[in-house]
Design a protein around this ligand. Structure first.
Ligand code: TXA
Ligand code: MG
Length: 350
């Protein structure tokens, strides 16, 4: 795994302190980080992503940070959850203090706090705490609506012309990239809202509802139970179209996948497929019309590879991407969530 040097981490912390953007590895996905207490820097994040200003950003804190500075109170369950799952892929929505600017939260009085487990993210937060606020607002380091990045190469694919090595930034608009290798978890953190009497799951992730229930003794409400009511917080990851490839994508059964691949390939169409089964022997046809990826059978492994696989399938520039639908159970909840949003958004952006 590539490990940035201490000097590079320090240079990245200085870039944050100057109000610049730093792309950071986390265990979930790469983030596009800015000093969360610096209004102008936070605005640069929205501009770089092309993200609407009312979609709040998650604030990342170092291990052992005193949350009292950022959260007005620690409601029931908050401490039990941070003790059980931090550092790790769980974001808690809490009431914010005035130290968190409104630009970060899209004007809401709540803030999403997360303590990332990746050692490079932790090292950066610690270095930044020595010279600055020590907290960074970081959405996934992709253009709005695109597939999230799980490697430094993916960040380059999103922001290539802006990216520089730590210490090389010559303009405010540059993005300093810290390469921490491939992300282990591969999909975004679980988001749990603790500002209502019963905790609510706003985004499923690697930490499942059963894991949370085991720690706090009650079952969080699911996002499906949150119908468009007035008090539903804005979650851009909850847009129906998100995490999307450019190529139209369809979730299909194994049987349909096999039949469609057969039909399209014999029609001379280019097809990209993600399946649990091995590549089929298709009828002889012009070369390279089928790009086939065999996905891991375990949900956690599938999630780790998901965005890299979607990017590879998208790069095939096929007529369509066909994805064999995973099982429909809690274990696959987060993966199914991302796949269905990718399907809805696919082929709809430039
Ligand atoms: O794993 C992750 O959480 C990654 C890494 C970089 O940490 N970050 C991430 O950020 O996924 P982003 O911006 O792509 O997604 C953040 C989600 C959005 O859906 C946003 O609406 C929601 O968190 N969010 C942030 N603050 C919130 C708040 N106060 N209330 C409700 N939702 C919030
Ligand atoms: Mg995102």
């Amino acid at each position: 795994m590539p490990t940035p040097t201490k000097k590079q981490i320090h240079a990245a912390a200085e870039a944050l302190q100057r109000g610049e953007l730093v792309a950071i590895p986390t265990e979930t996905v790469y983030g596009l980080a800015a000093d969360a207490t610096n209004d102008a820097a936070v605005k640069r994040v929205f501009a770089a992503k092309g993200r609407p200003a009312n979609h709040p950003l998650i604030v990342h804190v170092a291990k052992g940070d005193d949350l009292k500075r950022w959260a007005k109170r620690m409601p029931a369950h908050a401490t039990a959850l941070t003790e059980a799952f931090w550092p790790g892929p769980l974001t808690l929505i809490l009431e914010k203090t005035d130290e968190i600017p409104d630009t970060v939260t899209g004007g809401q009085n709540t803030v999403g706090l997360r303590c990332p487990a990746h050692p490079v993210a932790q090292a950066l937060l610690v270095a930044f705490a020595e010279i600055g606020s020590g907290i960074v607002a970081a959405p996934s380091a992709n253009r709005f609506g695109h597939v999230s990045p799980t490697s430094a190469a993916h960040v380059m694919a999103e922001f290539g012309e802006l990216v520089v090595e730590p210490g090389d930034a010559s303009s405010r608009e540059h993005i300093t990239l810290l390469d921490g290798g491939n992300c282990d978890v591969g999909i975004e953190s679980t988001i749990l809202d603790l500002t209502s009497p019963t905790p609510r799951l706003l985004r499923p992730g690697a930490i499942g509802i059963d894991d949370i229930q085991r720690v706090i003794g009650i079952r969080p409400r699911l996002r499906d139970e949150l119908q468009a009511g007035a008090d539903v917080p804005r979650v851009s990851g909850a847009l129906a179209a998100h995490y999307a490839p450019r190529t139209p994508m369809y979730l299909v059964s194994r049987e349909t996948l096999a039949a469609e691949v057969d039909r399209l390939v014999s029609d001379g169409k280019r097809v990209a497929a993600l399946s649990f089964t091995a590549e089929p022997k298709v009828r002889p046809s012009p070369a390279h019309t089928l790009v086939w990826i065999q996905a891991p059978l375990k949900a956690g492994d599938y999630a780790r590879d998901l965005y890299a696989n979607l990017r590879a399938l998208d790069a095939a520039v096929a007529a369509m991407i066909l994805v064999e639908a995973p099982p429909r159970n809690m274990e696959w909840d987060a993966v199914n969530d991302r796949l269905s949003r990718a399907q809805t958004g696919a082929g709809k952006h430039a």
